[in-house]
Every structure is written in structure tokens, then in C-alpha cells.
Design a protein around this ligand. Structure first.
Ligand SMILES: NC(=O)c1ccc[n+]([C@@H]2O[C@H](COP(=O)([O-])OP(=O)(O)OC[C@H]3O[C@@H](n4cnc5c(N)ncnc54)[C@H](OP(=O)(O)O)[C@@H]3O)[C@@H](O)[C@H]2O)c1
Length: 278
């Protein structure tokens, strides 16, 4: 059983020297529990909640004050619990690295957990959002969350060409790459000269044969992403309050139904799966 990295809770007790929080405040976990700001240290993965550190599938967590982040006021517990990985990954890509500006165009691959947050954040910040998906029905739901254009990548395998068409041959300013594999070449084609590809996932394969000539000519920025630091998390939470961004939740399970929740995750969902501990 995995031990869950994403968690929210209300503080019931603080240590004598704690200054960041007080009893009664609501905080979330921060995956890279020691990565506060700037570039990550080489050993950040050694201090991740859920693995190898204990995670949030528990009634109580004992965590260092530096590893907790104040939850957005406008979100309930279920909503706030979804933020630490998927939302921060999208934010860190688009805003911290990408410095997303209103009017820019963003391509979001698929409608998975990271991608849905990507749609919501990019839309809230005034970007034009193009989503690729295998399902017209999910495409419609993506539209309701702020997507401007939908490309069904099953019906339109050359989706990069379609992105070029939709952007009058310029290409997108940014792209969230969750697919990886050989498709990275399509992402280079779909982004503009000096565009940013945030390499987040590799659902289609962990390695790729990349046409370096295209990357060189287009001066593409290929940016690896590992979730994000705490400073970015805190900035993101303020933005969720400011723009009233509401995380999409597919289903809330009880603690007793935790195994069902994992099975649901395995089947796929539209939005996050939450386990609520009463
Ligand atoms: N680097 C990081 O910090 C970081 C953080 C979080 C997650 N990740 C990784 O990022 C990836 C996505 O995570 P997630 O939680 O969002 O996954 P998820 O919820 O399982 O996303 C699955 C979705 O990906 C889409 N997809 C699959 N193949 C596609 C293709 N060829 N083209 C376009 N979309 C495709 C599908 O969307 P449709 O159903 O709409 O077609 C599918 O529903 C995973 O590999 C995960 O491990 C990395």
C-alpha cells in the first residue's frame, strides 16, 4: 500500500519552539519536505512525504513546521488535500519557470490530475489554453474548466500541426509534457521558437529519440520539473484564493474504503481521488 504524499489537516499540537503555525490552523504537506526555495538539493527525494517518509494516510501526522504549508482559505479540506503534487507541478511549470503572461498560449496534454490543474491555472492567469485529449467528453469538461481549444489526439494524431494552425504558425508559448516518449518531438513542433516544454511525465515512455536539429533551430527550452519548492507552493495557494480556483474532485472515499480509492486511481479518473479520515 502506498502511503500518500498529499495530505491536509488541522494542527492539534505544536512544539515549544514552533513559530510558523498555531493550533487550529489548517496545513497541507509539502512533498519535498526540506526544499524551501531556490534550486533543489541533490538529496531532496530522500525527504519526500509518502516515500520514503511516512505519509498522510493516517489520523495524525507529525511534521516539521518547515514542511507544512498553510492551506488556501477558500478551499475545503477535500479540495486542499489535492494540491501538494499535481497542482504545484502545474504551477511550478507554468508560473515559476514559465512566467506565464496573459494572452500567451499553453498546450496541456491530456486531462489527468496535473493537466486539469494546468488548465485551471493557465485559464485563471489569462492564457489561451489548448488541450489534447483522447475523449470528446473529457474535452467538453476541459472546456468547462477554461480550455479554449480541444484537440482529440486519437482523431487528430498530428496534433502538433493543429496547434500550429490554431496559433497561425507561431506555436504555443508553453507546453506541459506529461506523455514523454517519442511524442517529445511533436511537442517541439507544437511550441514556438524559444517556447518552453515542461517535462513532467512519461506516460508513453521514459526515453526518446529527439531530433536535436529541431531543438537547436527552434531554441526550444526543455525544462525538467520535479513538483516544486515551498515558496512556489505558498505563492500558488494565494493565487488559488485570489482567483477562486476549485480543484476538481472525482470521488471522496472513507478511510475504510482506501483500497477502493486506489483501485479507482488505477482505473483512471477525471479529477482527484480523495480519502477522508473522519
Ligand atoms: N515531474 C513531476 O513533478 C510530476 C508530478 C506529478 C506527476 N508526474 C507524472 O506526470 C504524469 C501525469 O500525471 P497525472 O497524475 O496527471 O496522471 P494521470 O491523472 O494518470 O493522467 C493520465 C492522462 O494522461 C493523458 N494521456 C495519456 N496518454 C496521452 C497522450 N498520448 N497524449 C495526451 N494525453 C495523454 C490521458 O488524458 P485523456 O484521458 O484526456 O486522453 C490520461 O487520462 C505521470 O507520468 C506522473 O508520474 C510528474
Amino acid at each position: 500500500m502506498k502511503r500518500l504524499s498529499d495530505a491536509v489537516g488541522t494542527i492539534v499540537k505544536v512544539g515549544a519552539k514552533v513559530t510558523r503555525f498555531k493550533v487550529g490552523e489548517r496545513v497541507t504537506s509539502h512533498l519535498y519536505s526540506k526544499w524551501i526555495d531556490g534550486a533543489p538539493a541533490p538529496n531532496e527525494p530522500d525527504f519526500c512525504f509518502g516515500a520514503p517518509l511516512p505519509g498522510g494516510l493516517a489520523e495524525y501526522m507529525i511534521i516539521h513546521e518547515e514542511s507544512a504549508v498553510l492551506a488556501p482559505e477558500t478551499l475545503n479540506d477535500e479540495e486542499a488535500s489535492t494540491l501538494p503534487i499535481a497542482a504545484l507541478t502545474a504551477w511550478y511549470s507554468l508560473v515559476t519557470y514559465g512566467n506565464l503572461q496573459p494572452g500567451e498560449t499553453v498546450v496541456i496534454q491530456g486531462t489527468g490530475g496535473v493537466s486539469i490543474f494546468g488548465i485551471q491555472i493557465a485559464h485563471a492567469l489569462g492564457a489561451r489554453v489548448i488541450v489534447t485529449t483522447s475523449s470528446d467528453e473529457k474535452g467538453q469538461r476541459a472546456r468547462e474548466l477554461g480550455a479554449d481549444e480541444i484537440i482529440n489526439y486519437v482523431k487528430t494524431p498530428d496534433w502538433a500541426k493543429e496547434v500550429q494552425r490554431l496559433t497561425n504558425g507561431k506555436g504555443a508559448d508553453q507546453l506541459l509534457e506529461v506523455v514523454g516518449g517519442e511524442g517529445l518531438n511533436d511537442s517541439v513542433e507544437a511550441t514556438k521558437v524559444t517556447g518552453q516544454i515542461a517535462v513532467i511525465g512519461f506516460l508513453a515512455g521514459q526515453s526518446t529519440h529527439l531530433d536535436l536539429m529541431r531543438v537547436i533551430f527552434k531554441q526550444t527550452k526543455i525544462q525538467g520539473i520535479a513538483v516544486g519548492n515551498r515558496t512556489a507552493f505558498e505563492e500558488m495557494n494565494k493565487a488559488f484564493d485570489r482567483y477562486t480556483i476549485k480543484p476538481v474532485i472525482d470521488t471522496v472515499y472513507s478511510f475504510e474504503q482506501a483500497v477502493e480509492a486506489y483501485k479507482h486511481l488505477g482505473r483512471g479518473a477525471f479529477g482527484k481521488i480523495v480519502i477522508k479520515i473522519s
